[in-house]
Design a protein around this ligand. Structure first.
Ligand SMILES: Cc1cc2nc3c(=O)[nH]c(=O)nc-3n(C[C@H](O)[C@H](O)[C@H](O)COP(=O)(O)OP(=O)(O)OC[C@H]3O[C@@H](n4cnc5c(N)ncnc54)[C@H](O)[C@@H]3O)c2cc1C
Length: 362
């Protein structure tokens, strides 16, 4: 995949544009990487996925689009691939891979984000299906999604369900939203006696927590591939400015305080690429990803924020001009430290895997 594949991307702005841009990427088969051919995918590797997402980020410079695509892939496509019944895969997977349908995952609730044990949306078994009740919040893609994988407590056990936009008793709302990654649509999912058929349970009763952890593990590992692409563009923009801008008769970058910031940005970008590439290698070799993906997410969020702050600072006031693409990245980076689990939660995972920290009963 090359940068020029994205030159005809529809312009950003508004809900319709978010969908158009998603579908534009889908037509370039961006949703089909690392999915077996037998399941209508390209049958290529996670390395190929990472390369393609870096191109997407570099050419679109759109963190919201990267977020939207990643929520679709790790929140809906891969859970269906990994846990779906033959019937569920037949019904949904082909259309999700072609971009005909758009998905996401609904985990967070108004009272519970980091703390999965506090999730309260309920599911009740009926004669012919389930009734879901409660509210999800900050769910990427909700206003334009066709379906969401919703996590709810069935017999008090966290479980997963496929909920569609036109199901009885559900509202896919367009608010509240957050400041970062604005081109990704977001909102609440209100479940008010939402009735779904029994064929919509995804995975086993009680396997919801494991499914969430698996989905987020993949999201943490690979969402920063697209963001690395954006950081590449950010770095090139700053280098160009440092050469063109004259201060005291010299180019701006001739000041070591500036050039060292740029060197740090380069190192962060290359380190992030190594982390994302390492995750791809682990997945391609069918090895465990938990530690590497937590480290990638932690490093990626912090690196993106620091480099975004450095970039606007080096550009001076023009960096924070109203409408500046670089300024927008600061908000995106703040959001990136929260989505898919906050930086602190990644530290908790890393510490726990090292046999210490919050969960260790020493
Ligand atoms: C752009 C964006 C997109 C999102 N998309 C989705 C989506 O598609 N689906 C979805 O389900 N959710 C989504 N979210 C929600 C996101 O997953 C949560 O915001 C995140 O998990 C944090 O939860 P919270 O906001 O409730 O914060 P809280 O859990 O209330 O945490 C508040 C602060 O306390 C810290 N904290 C919490 N617990 C601990 C602890 N044990 N130790 C140390 N510090 C702690 C956190 O790190 C954070 O800084 C999205 C969020 C954003 C910003």
């Amino acid at each position: 995949m090359h940068d020029d594949e994205f030159t005809q991307m529809p312009p950003a702005g508004g809900r319709k544009a978010s969908l158009d841009r998603f579908q534009f990427c889908a037509r370039r088969q961006l949703l089909q990487h690392a999915v077996p051919e037998a399941a209508d995918g390209l049958g290529d590797t996670f390395r190929d996925l990472v390369d393609a997402h870096q191109v997407l980020g570099r050419s679109s410079r759109d963190s919201g689009l990267v977020l939207s695509i990643n929520a679709h892939l790790w929140g809906a496509v891969f859970p269906l691939l990994n846990y779906g019944t033959e019937e569920q895969r037949q019904t949904w997977l082909g259309d999700l891979l072609s971009g005909e349908l758009l998905g996401g995952h609904a985990i967070t609730e108004p009272q519970a984000g980091s703390d999965l044990d506090a999730l309260a949306v309920s599911a009740r078994k009926t004669e012919d299906g389930f009734v879901l009740g409660g509210r999800k919040r900050y769910i990427t893609n909700t206003p334009i999604a066709d379906l969401l994988v919703v996590y709810a407590r069935l017999e008090d056990k966290l479980s997963a369900f496929i909920v569609c936009r036109d199901d009885e008793g559900v509202q896919f709302c367009a608010a509240p939203t957050v400041k970062g990654c604005r081109s990704a649509t977001m909102g609440d999912v209100i479940l008010d006696n939402c009735r779904i058929p029994s064929s919509r349970q995804l995975g086993k009763t009680g396997s919801g927590k494991m499914m969430i952890q698996h989905a987020l593990e993949l999201e943490r590992a690979f969402i920063f591939a697209g963001i690395a692409g954006i950081m590449d563009w950010q770095l090139q923009t700053v280098i160009r400015h440092s050469r063109e801008r004259k201060v005291n008769g010299r180019h701006l970058g001739a000041n070591q305080a500036i050039s060292h910031r740029i060197a740090d940005m380069q190192l962060r970008l290359e380190t992030l690429r190594l982390w994302v590439g390492h995750c791809a290698t682990l997945k391609d070799n069918r090895q465990r990803l938990t530690l590497a993906s937590a480290q990638t997410k932690l490093y990626g969020g912090e690196a993106f924020l620091q480099s975004s702050l450095d970039a606007v600072h080096i550009l001076g006031s023009s960096g924070i001009e109203e409408g500046s693409d670089l300024a927008v990245l600061v908000d995106d980076a703040i959001a990136s430290r929260l989505f898919s689990g906050s930086s602190e939660m990644q530290k908790n995972i890393i510490a726990a895997l090292l046999g210490t920290g919050e969960g260790f009963k020493g």
